[in-house]
Design a protein around this ligand. Structure first.
Ligand code: PAF
Length: 289
């Protein structure tokens, strides 16, 4: 059984709702789950985590044009407001905030939030401007909702660290929480973009998780990270992935590259292109002892 979901499309209405919650209980905890819709179990895990920790939960659904490159899938990004609002309501959100592009950006903002270092390399190299778009929209949502905490998935690991860093650097007083990647039974990380896969591509897609699992284990066993990542790229090509953007090992906290052996917290991250889809995934390197 879910709550009664209130759908708001204007920033002014959202602010009024938040003010009424804070007015009736100044200690109430307000949680935010930003999404671009096409809701799947990964999003539901974020909403459930927010629901368990907060008195009020706002989910935003906004397909943010500024985080898509000119040749990316903004116009074709899957949109289904009716199904999404049903699922978001059933998961226990109180408010679904669904602004238009004009409501969010007016006649075009002059301000962009840009987070250096953690947004460089990996997806930052392959999607120029993407993390500026993400950081800017998340900063705006934080300003509009003023949540106590906000939830993001570990599947978008670089995004998570970009948002953490921005929140810290700008003293935004929002607790940034994360939830582990939710996977299909065959290991494929849940993603809205999995909808683009043909049947044949869908059968191949979970090999990404299998190859990353082997790479993470090999690094944990003491192999050099650059060798393991090179082997992973070869294995992905051999499995039939036509285009691999990257497979890299990085420090789990700073995303500094790791090439040699490591015993510290590390992550193996990858992005591949498969038909119309660009799949990303990442895994923690198991810690010894
Ligand atoms: O992860 C996403 O869906 C988006 O990048 C986010 C965080 C909602 C910002 O548009």
């Amino acid at each position: 059984m879910g709550n009664t979901l209130e759908i708001l499309r204007r920033v002014a209405e959202l602010r009024e709702r938040i003010a009424s919650w804070r007015g009736s209980n100044p200690d109430a905890r307000i949680g935010l789950v930003p999404t671009m819709g096409c809701i799947h179990d990964g999003h539901l895990a974020l909403i459930h985590a927010a629901r368990a920790a907060c008195d009020h939960v706002v989910v935003s659904l906004f397909v943010n044009p500024t985080q898509f490159g000119p040749s990316e899938d903004f116009s074709g990004y899957p949109r289904d407001e009716a199904t999404d609002s049903r699922l978001i309501g059933q998961a226990g959100a109180d408010v679904l905030f669904m602004p238009s592009v004009a409501e969010m950006y007016g006649d075009g903002p002059a301000t962009t939030v840009s987070v250096s270092r953690v947004s460089e390399g990996l997806c930052g190299d392959h999607r120029p401007g993407h993390f500026d778009g993400v950081a800017t929209i998340v900063a705006k949502l934080f300003g509009q909702v003023r949540p106590d905490a906000a939830w993001f998935g570990e599947k978008d690991y670089q995004q998570l660290l970009v948002i953490r860093r921005m929140t810290e650097d700008l003293d935004l007083s929002v607790q940034v929480e994360s939830v582990p990647t939710i996977r299909e039974p065959d290991g494929l990380a849940m993603s809205s973009r999995n909808a683009y896969l043909t049947d044949e591509e869908r059968r191949l897609a979970p090999r990404l998780f299998a190859v990353l699992t082997d790479a993470a284990q090999a690094i944990a066993d003491g192999c050099r990270a650059d060798d393991c990542c090179r082997d992973a790229i070869l294995a992905l090509h051999k499995a039939g992935f036509p285009e691999i953007d990257y497979v890299e090992a990085r420090d789990a906290a700073t995303l500094e590259p790791i090439t040699g052996t490591t015993t510290g917290p590390a992550r193996v991250l990858a992005a591949v292109r498969l038909g119309k889809a660009r799949l990303i995934d990442n895994l923690a390197v198991p810690q010894r002892g």
